[in-house]
Each structure stands twice: as structure tokens, then as C-alpha cells.
Design a binder for this molecule. Structure first.
Ligand code: GDP
Length: 368
């Protein structure tokens, strides 16, 4: 059973907070089973994870996210009509939900990208998303060099589910362009949406074609790490199956149906039920297993590869491209001020550390 409360942030609007009561949903997500080492740290502090979902509207993104985390992140969503969509640009919407499972807290932020792919020219879609990712890196960089480093909230995007339409024969130019522009900034996990619209054979064919195009276009999707040789065989087999399943062909549903006396999450069709959590029906469980068992790795790759790329580029340039919260680009003198401020903060930190050491020494001498 999940305890959950939710806050919703929007890039465009000022911060608004909303809470709602626990959802009485059976089953659990599985992050309580994170490896023990992470588990111990996370029990106290809670685990922070940010997932971005990108794909054309109507591909089932919201339904899948709610099914994955057994929550209701989109209860207040208003779906614009075609006229409104034509005028709209991509707007990034971050919702944070705190879920607790067997005493382990997960602070999950899901960043949605409504409006993506809706416009006739989609170049602005990329720009808005890239800017958002960079802003989170920039904020982290500033917090990291600031005084209060212990309490940094990590809002960097750790994983991006990229939704591919099941109706095409392969990737669209928009899909290729998006992944190419973003693969050096975020861990991209491609998923085929609404897999129940395809037969088993069609799923296999589409997966193969997508992977060929990903390779042909030099796109780097999130590489599931290889197993160490001393891992147990079950784990090795699980990782092999997960690697083989990419791009995950998923379906989502938030309705509980009864099938042969069992309660299942599924979609009722005139000819039968698609069970979301049945591995014979789709890769939902594989996608969830991948996310849960690789949460730490996704964070590490974000830190060690994507953030490091950003940080080194940013430090080489010596100035942020754009401020984190709106406003005009910083002038040379404000960059200089930033730098001096950072140096002062570092100096202050060193002095505080020295002071703490001296106090400890004095304490020791007094006790002797
Ligand atoms: P979003 O705009 O990408 O967030 O899409 P939604 O989650 O709002 O879903 C759009 C429509 O597709 C809704 O009518 C959903 O019920 C339906 N839908 C969601 N997931 C699936 C799925 O896996 N298979 C099918 N066939 N329909 C789905």
C-alpha cells in the first residue's frame, strides 16, 4: 500500500501545492527492494528520482506513469483542443509525489512535456526541453558550490522515457531528431506506446526496426550496465531479458478488472482483457523492473556522465548560458559577480571548517 502526497510545479506558473489522500490501490511498486546498500541510506533520507516523459499527446504517457507508480498525478489535467494546441508551445510540468513503501520513501518527480510534437514546426519543443534539463544542471551546480551543500534537492532528470507511436513503421524524423539532440544530456529509454494495438509479430518487427534506426543514426540510448561475473545467474538472466526487450513495448491502464477470480490492472476489450502486468501481454513489468533495479545506476550515469559534461562545458565557458529563473542573460559583470560570490562562499566554508577543527582541538585539550 502506498502513502502519497503530491505537489505540482510548473515552469510557467508560480509554484502551487496540492495534496490528496492515499490511494487505496493494491499491489506495490517495488522500490522497497532496492539493493540493501541504497536501502539503508534511503530509509532515512528518502530516495530522490526525476523521470521525464516525452512523446506526442495521446500516446498514453499519463496513463503509464500512473500505472507504474500506482498514483494519480494527472487528476487535474485539462486537455486542450486542436485550435489551442496549434497556438501552444511546449510547457514543462513537474509533479512531485512522495510515496512510501515498507518504510522506504521515494520522492518521485515526473516531468511531463505537454504540447510536444503538437506544433507544425517542432523546433521549439526541443529548445524548451533542453533548456529545462540545463536549468536543473545549473541549479545543482550552484547549490553544489553554495554553503548549504548538505541539503541539495536533486531535480536533475535521471531518466527520460521517450514514447514512440505504435502506428508508424518505425521512428519518425521527430523521434530521431529529439533523441539526437538529447542523448548527451539525459538517459533516454525508448518505449513503444499502446503495444496492445500490435500483434506479437508486429511488436517484434517494430522493435527490430527501431533499434536498427537508433544505431544507424548514432543515437545513444541508456545502456543497461553489464553484469559482474560474480552476480547470481537469476540476476544475469533478468538483465539479459531486459536488454533484449528494449525498446519496451508497454500498455497502461488504471482500471482494476476481474479475470478468473484475480484482480488485475487492465484494459477490457470486446474480445478479452489486456493485462498490464502480464509479461505475455506487454513489457510493462520489464520496464518497471528496469527502472527500479537501475534507479541508482541511472542516477550515477546522470551524475558522472551527463552532469559532468555540463559542468565541464559550463566551467570552460566560465558563465551560465541563461539564468535559472527567467530574466535576461547575465552580463559580463554579473558573471564576474557570480564568480566572486562563489569564491567568497568557498572561503567562508573553509573558515567554518577551520573553526570547527579549532573548537574540537580546544575541547580535547580541556578534557585532558
Ligand atoms: P498522454 O496524452 O500521452 O498522456 O495520453 P493519455 O495517458 O492521456 O492517454 C490517451 C488515451 O489513450 C486515453 O484514452 C487512454 O485511456 C488511452 N490509453 C492509454 N494507455 C493506453 C494503452 O496502453 N493502450 C491503449 N490502447 N490505449 C491507451
Amino acid at each position: 500500500m502506498l502513502g502519497c502526497c503530491q505537489t505540482r510545479r510548473s515552469e510557467m506558473s508560480s509554484e502551487s501545492v496540492k495534496t490528496f489522500s492515499s490511494l487505496e490501490t493494491p499491489g506495490y511498486v517495488g522500490f522497497a527492494n532496492l539493493p540493501n546498500q541504497v536501502h539503508r541510506k534511503s530509509v532515512k533520507k528518502g530516495f530522490e528520482f526525476t523521470l521525464m516523459v516525452v512523446g506526442e499527446s495521446g500516446l498514453g504517457k499519463s496513463t503509464l506513469v500512473d500505472s507504474l507508480f500506482l498514483t494519480d498525478l494527472y487528476s487535474e489535467r485539462v486537455i486542450p483542443d486542436a485550435v489551442e494546441k496549434a497556438k501552444q508551445t511546449v510547457k514543462l510540468d513537474a509533479s512531485t509525489v512522495e510515496i512510501e513503501e515498507r518504510g522506504v520513501k521515494l520522492r518521485l518527480t515526473v516531468v511531463d512535456t505537454p504540447g510536444y510534437g503538437d506544433a507544425i514546426d517542432n523546433h521549439d519543443s526541443f529548445r524548451a526541453i533542453i533548456q529545462y534539463i540545463d536549468d536543473q544542471f545549473e541549479r545543482y551546480l550552484r547549490d553544489e558550490s553554495g554553503l548549504n551543500r548538505r541539503n541539495i534537492v536533486d531535480n536533475r532528470i535521471h531518466c527520460c522515457f521517450y514514447f514512440i507511436s505504435p502506428f508508424g513503421h518505425s521512428l519518425k524524423p521527430l523521434d530521431i531528431e529529439f533523441m539526437k539532440q538529447l542523448h548527451n544530456k539525459v538517459n533516454i529509454v525508448p518505449v513503444i506506446a499502446k503495444a496492445d494495438c500490435l500483434t506479437k509479430k508486429e511488436v517484434l518487427r517494430l522493435k527490430k526496426k527501431i533499434m536498427e534506426e537508433i544505431e544507424a543514426n548514432g543515437i545513444k540510448i541508456y545502456p543497461l550496465p553489464d553484469c559482474d561475473s560474480d552476480e547470481d545467474d537469476d540476476y544475469k538472466e533478468q538483465v539479459r531479458q531486459l536488454k533484449e526487450a528494449v525498446p519496451f513495448a508497454v500498455c497502461g491502464a488504471n482500471t482494476l478488472l476481474e479475470v478468473k477470480g484475480r484482480k488485475v490492472r487492465g484494459r477490457q476489450y470486446p474480445w478479452g482483457v489486456i493485462e498490464v502486468e502480464n509479461p505475455e501481454h506487454c513489457d510493462f513489468i520489464k520496464l518497471r523492473t528496469m527502472l527500479i533495479t537501475h534507479m541508482q545506476d541511472l542516477q550515477e550515469v546522470t551524475q558522472e556522465v551527463h552532469y559532468e559534461n555540463y559542468r565541464s562545458e559550463r566551467l570552460a565557458k566560465g558563465a551560465p548560458k541563461k539564468p535559472v529563473e527567467g530574466g535576461a542573460a547575465p552580463s559580463a559583470s554579473s558573471n564576474e559577480k557570480d564568480r566572486i560570490l562563489l569564491e567568497k562562499e568557498a572561503e567562508l566554508r573553509r573558515m567554518q571548517e577551520m573553526l570547527a577543527k579549532m573548537q574540537a582541538q580546544m575541547q580535547q585539550t580541556q578534557n585532558q
